[in-house]
Design a protein around this ligand. Structure first.
Ligand SMILES: Cc1ncc(COP(=O)(O)O)c(C=O)c1O
Length: 394
């Protein structure tokens, strides 16, 4: 049997330095539980950063992937395949308006495609994008250009532009920044990497009105928030907003790499043959996995389950009084615990020692984005251990 330490030494010797050295190596998972290479068990409350929507080794995904892999794994975009069309048909129904779909590999490539649609739509007449401080839209140059985190952006400048950043949740600032020369506004419904920050009530509706008034396109980045995470298919849908473009990835295929761009109105027909493409985007195995995810969420009533377990957590967090626990926020199974001190890395390590995987999303905030199948008992086990984890994080 290998050890986490031995894996870390191999990692350090060969991997580029873009990630820190991970603390453990995961060798298998089942449901919401995973095991490291030393056989230690954890309750996975991060879900591969909001990706493993049905947990690990879910029979519906394993079955769909196995079946599809044994039939055809790749066709190229010169040919069609059933899972790709079936998935696009299903995703196209999410916005409640005629929608066209582009399938890609992940969140960044979904946002790249969205930004290219915007560029093509305005044909040089308008180019400016308005984004928000604290946002995250991906690491490729286009997605990075609209990411409101200077530390991530500055080393890679010059980036595509122009981009204007305004404070998230401030509808007046958005209104002042968006003019008739703005091509698009890009927003997350809640800022995920920013620490699960919800905007003020009515913000997304305000953004929709501002875009309607000025003719700018509204891109809603649901890469982290979409496909059940908040207890709804789309967080923007719960706010009653229909964007021009929605981007999806992360939980869509439950762990297989897949992204999607949904577009309505003129944005749906902007791309002409040759404008955009991807060798692996919309791969049949990933599409089969996504269909299994969508069918399972529907069949097992997971949207209401997510809401119920999320509320159970919220009530539980409310009842815990501890000097390090300042507050909590979030919706569905997408929560952040705010600490009264910058102890999130210590909390993350203490949680791991107690058998829970969580994420220090900010120096003073812990992100929870578990599989949507998390049971009440599993949610309660975290609540029961939370005071001890907080004690050991001080
Ligand atoms: C809202 C949002 N958009 C885009 C991305 C980028 O996705 P990916 O890492 O799949 O490229 C992320 C990743 O965290 C995200 O949270």
């Amino acid at each position: 049997m290998t050890t986490n330490e031995a894996m870390q030494a191999r990692w350090d010797a060969v991997m580029m330095r873009n990630y820190g050295t991970p603390p453990i190596a995961i060798s298998r998972g089942e449901g919401a539980r995973v095991w490291d290479v030393e056989g230690r068990e954890y309750l996975d409350l991060l879900g591969g950063i909001a990706v493993s929507s049905l947990g690990h080794a879910h029979p519906a995904i394993v079955d769909a992937v196995t079946r599809q892999a044994s039939q055809v794994m790749h066709t190229s975009n010169f040919y069609m395949h059933e899972p790709g069309i079936a998935l696009a048909e299903r995703l196209a129904r999410l916005l409640g308006e005629p929608t066209r779909v582009f399938l890609c590999q992940d969140g960044a490539t979904a946002n790249e495609a969205a930004l290219k649609i915007v560029r093509k739509h305005f044909q040089g007449e308008r180019a400016e994008i308005v984004s928000t401080n604290g946002s995250f839209h991906g690491r490729t140059l286009g997605a990075l250009s609209v990411t409101g985190n200077p530390a991530k952006r500055i080393p890679f400048e010059p980036l595509p532009g122009p981009v204007t950043f305004v404070d998230f949740g401030d509808v007046n600032a958005l209104s002042a920044a968006v003019t008739r020369s703005t091509a698009a506004v890009i927003l997350e419904p809640l800022q995920g990497e920013g620490g699960i920050i919800a905007p003020t009530e009515g913000y997304l509706q305000g953004a929709r009105e501002i875009c309607d008034r000025t003719g700018a396109l509204l891109i809603i980045d649901e890469v982290q928030s979409g496909i059940g995470r908040t207890g709804a298919w789309l967080a923007s849908g719960s706010a009653g907003v229909v964007p021009d473009i929605v981007t999806l990835a992360k939980g869509l295929a439950g762990g297989m790499p897949l992204g999607a761009v949904l577009a309505t109105g003129l944005a749906a027909t902007t791309f002409a043959p040759g404008d955009h493409g991807s060798t692996f985007g919309g791969n049949p195995v990933s599409c089969a996995a996504a269909l299994a995810v969508l069918e399972t969420i529907e069949r097992d009533g997971l949207l209401s389950h997510v809401t119920a377990v999320g509320q159970r957590w919220a009530a539980g967090f409310d009842s815990i009084v501890h000097p390090l626990l300042a507050s909590h926020r979030g919706v569905g199974l997408w929560r952040a615990l705010e600490l009264s001190d910058d102890k999130a890395p210590q909390f993350e390590a203490a949680a791991r020692r107690h058998g829970f995987l969580v994420n220090a999303v900010r120096p003073n905030a812990i992100r929870l984005a578990p599989p949507l199948i998390l049971t009440n008992e599993q949610a309660d086990s975290f609540l029961a251990t939370l005071p001890a984890i907080l004690d050991h994080s001080l």
